[in-house]
Design a protein around this ligand. Structure first.
Ligand SMILES: [Zn+2]
Length: 256
């Protein structure tokens, strides 16, 4: 037990989280939802696909030809169960982080039409709430600040192309939810833009985490790409470390 505690720190049992919330539970619940959608002809979008096994529930064809679609989160594309030993409850989320082969299958699925969109599942819990391992620590992690740079890093590693990052994170969500005037750089669309420096290495530390929760599973990680500016509705809200906290966004509108 001591060696175990040494390895997993204060979260000696968090590595069991994927055994508690396991592959079979994920498959059965996703399969039930798909079965009901097929039976009643409903439009269905399943979030947070985490296992290779669930991929058999989806079809590799263009999104507009399907009425059952799916999403994977940045966290499930990044982490696998090996990471519980170093990150403990920080990467505890629901559905749980699964095996490396699940992660690799998900990475492959985003290069096809099997998985349609990539989400952030941003959950900025306090670090104090993330204590206590599999049974007590709350689930979820703050990922929104690091979602794009992580995906660009996967693109750099050859997991997918930059065009696929844009497709799965911007174009497809806008089309899927029929969001008006967003998700594309087009005349008459809202200018939601991000300016990236592709080669400006920076290390994640407490001081540059913008979420109020002040921690990240990415702490200590060095990214090559850096967000320099972010525009929301054409308004510069983030400029090289400074956030315009006075600016408020606008409610999304839909074409439906
Ligand atoms: Zn979620």
């Amino acid at each position: 037990m001591d060696a175990f505690r040494k390895r997993y720190g204060d979260d000696p049992d968090v590595c069991h989280h994927p055994a508690i919330r396991n592959t079979e539970a994920c498959f059965q619940s996703s399969a039930l939802a798909v079965r009901l959608a097929q039976e009643f002809g409903s439009r269905l979008h399943i979030l947070h696909i985490t296992t290779e096994k669930e991929l058999q529930l989806f079809e590799d064809k263009p999104m507009n030809e399907k009425h059952i679609t799916s999403e994977v989160t940045v966290s499930h594309l990044l982490f696998c169960d090996d990471d519980y030993s170093t990150l403990g409850s920080r990467i505890k989320c629901n559905p749980s982080i699964k095996t490396k082969s699940d992660r690799d299958a998900l990475r492959k699925a985003i290069t096809t039409n099997m998985i349609d969109t990539i989400g952030t599942d941003h959950a900025p819990h306090l670090l104090s709430e993330k204590q206590g391992g599999a049974f007590k620590a709350v689930s979820g992690m703050p990922m929104i600040q690091f979602s794009l740079v992580n995906m660009l890093e996967l693109a750099e590693q050859g997991v997918l192309t930059i065009e696929q990052v844009v497709e799965k994170m911007c174009h497809a969500p806008a089309r899927l939810f029929q969001i008006e005037q967003r998700g594309f750089i087009r005349p008459d669309y809202k200018a939601d833009l991000v300016l990236i420096h592709p080669d400006k290495p920076w290390k994640v530390c407490q001081e540059n985490i913008l979420s109020k929760c002040q921690w990240s599973p990415m702490e200590g990680h060095t990214f090559k790409a850096k967000v320099e500016k972010t525009f929301v509705n054409g308004h510069l809200v983030y400029d090289d470390g400074r956030v315009d906290a006075d600016y408020r966004g606008a409610m999304l509108t839909f074409n439906r």
